[in-house]
Design a protein around this ligand. Structure first.
Ligand code: 13P
Ligand code: SF4
Length: 310
């Protein structure tokens, strides 16, 4: 199919025609961020999905995020520009293995990071995101044992922050585990004034060099309010587009991976393109679907999260 010359204008027309809203994560290509109606971290995007009056949600992010929007909006059409936009962290927790893990730890409350499939959500008691994980764990009675899944790095960070012991599922994100401690230390000697900031999906060896740790939205907010003029950013570099927009004049250095590759970019997030977004809206596909049983079971822990993180 031939594409319109002005994709931005064509997408704007389709938005009106479909009564659609475009929700985008900070790791999307700058073009997609610029055409989105709302950009946010996982919690903000889940809230935006819960509140929208649109008939169609075009989710510019990865599969679990679009699935989350569908869990909250069974009657809306939820489109994902590329169905292969998965997540290594969500994939690191297969439902059958997790069911066995859960059965091996009876009496444990299951808190799952939102980066997981609807099947894992359906097996969980409470969902959390990187911006509310500490707050949610702090609300659980001391004597209640907890399973935390699927991210071991966020889990370890939450344990450190809350002083709680938790049983961790050993999953991780391929992007956040590529950052090199050695190269961050090197960068800090070259830029002694720069503050290192990091996402809690990074390993402890990287987090210990960060003066601030938080979700993508929290990192974006921090670099605007901090008096520092220079930052080493240890998360997917897509967020630097917003950092430069909201803190013009400040300098943002993407934290380097150990090898000279582009592997600090999330290969799944980057599967979405403006062209695919246009085609998804034009053809009303690919659509996110799931069984009503799974949806209802996954909705419960999502609602608990939204109630516990007001
Ligand atoms: P945030 O909720 O912090 O935006 O994180 C989402 C994510 O996928 C991080 O890799
Ligand atoms: Fe998943 Fe990591 Fe990509 Fe986030 S950056 S979507 S956790 S693979």
């Amino acid at each position: 199919a031939t594409l319109p010359l002005d994709l931005f204008a064509a997408i704007e027309d389709l938005k009106k025609e479909l009564n659609a809203v475009i929700l985008a994560h900070y790791y999307q290509d700058p073009d997609i961020q610029d055409i989105a109606d709302f950009i946010g971290d996982s919690l903000q995007l889940a809230r935006a999905a819960a509140q929208t009056n649109a008939d169609v949600i075009v989710f510019a992010g990865v599969h679990f995020m679009a699935e989350t929007a569908k869990i909250l909006n069974p009657d809306k059409l939820v489109l994902l520009p590329d169905l292969d936009a998965g997540c290594s962290l969500a994939d690191s927790c297969p439902p059958d293995q997790f069911a066995a893990f859960k059965a091996a730890h009876p009496d444990h409350l299951v808190i799952s990071y939102i980066n997981c499939s609807a099947e894992i959500k359906a097996m969980s008691d409470i969902i959390c995101t990187s911006s509310n994980a500490v707050k949610i764990v702090e609300q659980i009675p001391e004597d209640q044992p907890i399973i935390f899944a699927p991210d071991r790095n966020l889990g370890r960070y939450v344990m450190q922050q809350t002083g709680r012991d938790m049983v961790l599922w050993q999953g991780s994100c391929i992007v956040h585990e590529t950052f090199s401690e050695r190269k961050i230390v090197e960068l800090k000697t070259i830029h002694p004034e720069a503050e290192a900031i990091a996402h809690p999906e990074c390993e402890t060896s990287v987090l210990r060099h960060a003066s601030y740790i938080g979700s993508t939205a929290a990192l974006l907010n921090y670099c605007q309010t901090s008096p520092s003029q220079e930052f080493i950013v240890a998360t997917e570099p897509g967020i630097i587009h917003q950092m430069q927009k909201l803190a013009p004049g400040k300098h943002f250095i993407p934290a380097p991976p150990e090898n000279n590759c582009n592997c600090n970019e999330c290969p799944f997030m980057r599967l979405n393109t403006l062209e695919k977004l246009y085609l998804a809206m034009k053809n009303r596909t690919p659509e996110i679907t799931m069984s009503e049983d799974i949806r209802l079971a996954a909705l419960k822990p999502m609602q608990r999260m939204l109630e516990m993180s007001v």
